[in-house]
Design a binder for this molecule. Structure first.
Ligand code: MN
Ligand code: MN
Length: 284
């Protein structure tokens, strides 16, 4: 047993350490803010130039995406999620064409998926944008949709989306990037490669990358080699498991499958470490 004086010195140094820690780490319960939806980087180098018709950058207040004119879907959609985006606005259900696409491009319509056996699957979910009617309504633009097998949408993805909001309720803010690749999926009416007279391509695989940070400032700089990253890649098939955790993978694997550079704004050493990991944390 150390003498009383030594014990006091040890206690004092522990307290000093705790104080130093709390001044550099954001305290739990710090107020949530809204941040740039593309803060962690532009995965495909998309630009707002109609000549880039297969990688066209669309920036909205509620989310940022790369649009593929000839697939009639986004390549990926990126958004920030914190409690600052959440409120009491009701689900608007006002699915509609995105008339901000360049003139002359085919605009996928609210009924373009009708009778196909695929859901109009949100990328940025309705329930992630409930602070105002305008925010929620923005998620119903068809440029935010993919043809998604109903079970994938209503079970697998719905439970992953709910888990994201659970993390937000625990004092975290998230950066989420969702995308898809390949051609051909199986909905409730069988296998299709395209819909709507070829204007819409049915993706083969659907993925999501979620970066979890405790609420705080300077998000990009706070992503370290120990930041939790949840990467998921699941088949667009109505026999998909409802358990999203079955489909956990690494960001590296998704980069390899898509050719994108995800999390490109994160410092090199942290980026390469977190991209190689497969999440094994809690799933609900
Ligand atoms: Mn959905
Ligand atoms: Mn990367």
């Amino acid at each position: 047993m150390p003498c009383p004086l030594l014990r006091i010195l040890i206690l004092a140094s522990l307290l000093a350490g705790a104080a130093a820690c709390s001044s550099s780490d954001p305290a739990p319960g710090l107020p949530a803010t809204r941040e740039d939806n593309l803060a962690l980087g532009n995965p495909s180098g998309a630009v707002t130039d109609a000549a880039q018709y297969n990688n066209y950058l669309l920036v909205k207040p509620q989310y940022t995406l790369s649009y593929h004119r000839d697939r009639g879907t986004p390549n990926w959609v990126s958004w920030h999620l914190s409690s600052a985006w959440l409120g009491a606005a009701a689900r608007q259900d006002d699915f509609r064409a995105d008339n901000t696409l360049p003139a002359g491009w085919y605009q996928v319509q609210a009924n373009s998926y009708s009778g196909s056996g695929f859901d109009r699957g949100h990328n940025c979910p309705s329930a992630d944008r409930t602070a105002s009617v305008a925010d929620n309504s923005a998620t119903f633009l068809m440029s935010n949709m993919i043809p998604q097998a109903p079970r994938h949408n209503q079970q697998t993805w719905a439970s992953l989306e709910n888990y994201c909001r659970t993390l937000v309720g625990q004092g975290n803010e998230l950066y989420i990037i969702m995308g898809q690749y390949g051609k051909g999926g199986t909905g409730s009416a069988g296998y299709y490669t395209t819909l709507n007279n070829g204007h819409v391509t049915v993706p083969k695989r659907i993925w999501k990358v979620i970066v979890v940070l405790p609420n705080g400032p300077n998000d990009v700089a706070r992503v370290t080699s120990s930041t939790r990253i949840i990467a998921v890649d699941a088949p667009n098939n109505n026999s998909v498991s409802p358990n999203w955790s079955t489909y956990r993978t690494s960001v590296d694997a998704i980069e390899q499958a898509t050719g994108y550079d995800l999390l490109s704004a994160v410092s090199g050493p942290a980026q390469s470490t977190i991209e190689a990991k497969v999440d094994n944390g809690p799933v609900q």
